[in-house]
Design a protein around this ligand. Structure first.
Ligand code: PLP
Length: 401
């Protein structure tokens, strides 16, 4: 595959803007640091040695390419459902794709350490893994409430050698962890690089993370064409910050016959403020954590409380690429509730023998609903962004078997 083909088709302008979304950091202390990262990023995408190393690790460490599986039992009620198996990657989700890219870039820039926030711990584990692999130190900031909730991931990060910084300010969750991680980063700009966990934040992060994730879509397109013939009618992915979705969408953006469908968490229902995280469905435009996008907000513009049964989806903002795809009409954004998510989680487990992450189960839930509306000749390709091992104990507190 020619590496140029990995470039995302939706590229921001020089100021990091896609329409009115995105943008560069305004915080004076960070302008130079992010400019250095951006310059490094522009170089590595044309650096054959870097790309060869990334490909080697994708193949031999992550286990790429991940297969596309035709879920025949789930396809019996209408359209055919196919799954891009990112759950089979080492560490169990798509996040390892951009973490390896970010840590390789940090190394190229001569940094000794990567710093990040984590909510449920998924990004923390993937980054700690990539840092262990490539010999960099890793510092992860995590709210105390999340630390108490996500024990296995906390243990994984410690075993992998990461330094965990507990954050007890405010609600002790993701937002405070981001602030804490940035404050720490500002004290060690020379030796460290901040590594964001999705296509969010100021430039160059959304573009850079999308670039590292676009392997998913380019693989999927080539695999689908050669194994099943032609293109799918819809490509479908859950949307938290939006990285697994944009990773899949990129390769299909200039294929007008393919619908791009993002699925947002409707939690307990869109009519219940604070109990969903349907950012694109109900958010308003503004600036959150250094970039412009639609986000769920209070009257005064502060980020609203959000909820999803899948902790990887409960973020009040969303990547600028998705805001842009929504504005231009190229992307379609649908929803799935907590209940639909749990139903899909169980159906995929029991009818296909695959336990999906609760995040990914949102995309599966939409596909199951959509399949019933379409004939058996239609084909839906779902990004199965991660595996559900992390969710099994929690799910059993929600349902009785
Ligand atoms: C983190 C996570 C997500 C949500 O993040 P995106 O940036 O929206 O992809 C989805 N699925 C899994 C398995 C995750 O770990």
């Amino acid at each position: 595959m020619a590496q140029e083909s990995l470039n995302p088709f939706i590229t921001p302008d020089q100021n990091g803007n896609l329409g009115k979304h995105g943008g560069k950091i305004q915080h004076p202390a960070l302008v130079t640091a992010l400019a250095e990262i951006e310059e490094g990023f522009r170089k590595i995408i044309h650096d054959e040695e870097f790309i060869a190393e990334m490909k080697r690790l994708q193949a031999t460490f992550v286990g790429r390419p991940s297969p596309i599986y035709h879920a025949r039992t789930l396809s019996q009620s209408g359209a055919q459902i196919f799954l891009k198996r990112e759950d089979l990657n080492h560490t169990g989700a798509h996040k390892i794709n951009h973490c390896i890219g970010e840590v390789l870039l940090a190394k190229k820039l001569g940094k000794k350490k990567v710093i990040a926030e984590t909510g449920a711990g998924q990004h923390g584990v993937a980054l700690a893994t990539a840092a262990a692999l490539l010999g960099l130190a890793c510092e992860i900031h995590m709210g105390v409430v999340d630390i108490a909730k996500e024990h296995p991931n906390v243990s994984r990060m410690k075993i992998l050698g990461a330094k965990l910084v507990p954050v007890s300010e405010g609600a002790g969750t993701l937002k405070e962890a981001v602030d804490s991680a940035f404050a720490s980063y500002m004290e060690q700009l020379d030796e460290s690089m901040f590594a964001i966990g999705s296509v969010v934040g100021p430039a160059p992060y959304p573009e850079m993370v999308a670039y590292f994730q676009s392997i998913v879509g380019h693989e999927a397109k080539a695999q689908f064409e050669s194994q099943y013939g032609g293109l799918p009618d819809e490509v479908i992915a859950c949307v938290g910050g939006g990285s697994n979705a944009i990773g899949l969408f990129n390769a299909f953006i200039d294929e007008p016959s393919v619908d791009l469908v993002g699925v947002e968490p409707a939690g307990e229902g869109l009519d219940k403020a604070g109990r969903h995280a349907a950012t694109l469905s109900l958010g308003k435009f503004g600036n959150i954590q250094g970039f412009n996008c639609y986000y769920l907000q209070e009257e005064d513009g502060t980020p609203a409380e959000v909820h999803s049964i899948a902790s990887g989806l409960d973020y009040p903002g969303v990547g600028p690429q998705h805001c842009y795809l929504k504005d231009t009409g190229r992307g379609r954004y649908e929803i799935a509730t907590d209940k639909e998510c749990l139903d899909a989680f169980l159906r995929l487990s029991r009818e296909e023998g695959i336990i999906p992450a609760l995040e990914s189960s949102h995309a599966v839930a939409y596909a199951l609903r959509r399949a019933k509306e379409l004939g058996p000749e239609k084909r839906l390709l779902v990004n199965l962004s991660g595996r559900g091992d992390k969710d099994i104990d929690f799910v059993l507190t929600k349902i009785t078997l």
